[in-house]
Design a protein. Structure first.
Length: 251
């Protein structure tokens, strides 16, 4: 699907194609980092976590929602650009993986640069719903008590929930200050909604799904400038990379 035909679904397709191209390059070598490099693992897992966030936001809000249209192209571009380091000296080469990767980055960049004044107005008009109860963020990010969550998730959910409560108190401030926080917290809520009941793609496991959730929330918290801490959260990358680096991703 092209960007012109699908302004939200299109970026997701390009991000997936870029990831497959980079994974192919790691297997072919010739200047790309090997699959067992920590740099490869971190870059690939960052892109996967962002793509998973995008999929959850699309499922929860729909492709025409203001949060999805605002966030997805930029989110997917960031994750995809992070893969460039894996290509190493192949990045600007003439081979197929590098050319495909460059094509995808350019397409995502075009999507991220598009601006629509009506979209900004839609996002600003959504903010009052956070305080009057009509928006998803008027409710806790999850109905599960942090103490009942897996230990790796509880601190992340707690710090994001504190940010949601702060957003409620600031909902009357100028929209420009709040829109980015609103959109990122909307993505966090989408990631948490019904994550254990579905949303796994392909051959993903429940452990892999939880690892993607930890990665997604960690990256959202970092974008909000919140402390993510906890070295144990680095373990999510090992689980995710073990699932996505298989042959099914290199087509």
């Amino acid at each position: 699907m092209s960007l012109e035909r699908g302004p939200v679904d299109g970026p997701s397709d390009y991000a997936g194609a870029a990831l497959r191209a980079v994974l192919r390059a790691t297997r072919e070598g010739d200047g790309a980092l090997p699959p067992d490099s920590p740099v490869t693992r971190d870059a690939v897992c960052g892109a996967v976590a962002d793509a998973w966030t995008a999929g959850r936001l699309l499922a929860a809000r729909g492709p025409d929602s203001a949060p999805a249209r605002h966030l997805l192209p930029r989110l997917l571009l960031e994750g995809t650009q992070g893969l460039a380091v894996v290509l190493g000296t192949r990045l600007h080469g003439p081979d197929a993986p590098a050319l495909r990767y460059g094509e995808c980055v350019r397409a995502l960049s075009r999507a991220a640069r598009r601006t629509d004044p009506r979209l900004a107005a839609r996002l600003a008009s959504a903010l009052p719903g956070v305080t009057d109860g009509s928006d998803r963020l008027a409710r806790p990010l999850t109905g599960v008590r942090p103490s009942a969550l897996p230990a790796v998730l509880a601190p992340l959910v707690s710090v994001l929930e504190e940010e949601r409560l702060a957003l409620i108190t600031l909902a009357g401030a100028p929209a420009g200050v709040l829109v980015e926080r609103y959109v990122l917290l909307s993505a966090a809520a989408a990631c948490l909604d019904r994550w254990r009941q579905g949303g796994r793609a392909g051959a993903g496991t429940l452990a892999g799904d939880r690892a993607r959730l930890v990665g997604a929330l960690s990256r959202i918290a970092a974008r909000l400038g919140l402390p993510v801490g906890g070295p144990e959260r680095g373990d999510w990358r090992g689980v995710v990379f073990g699932e996505v680096a298989g042959p099914v991703w290199v087509r």
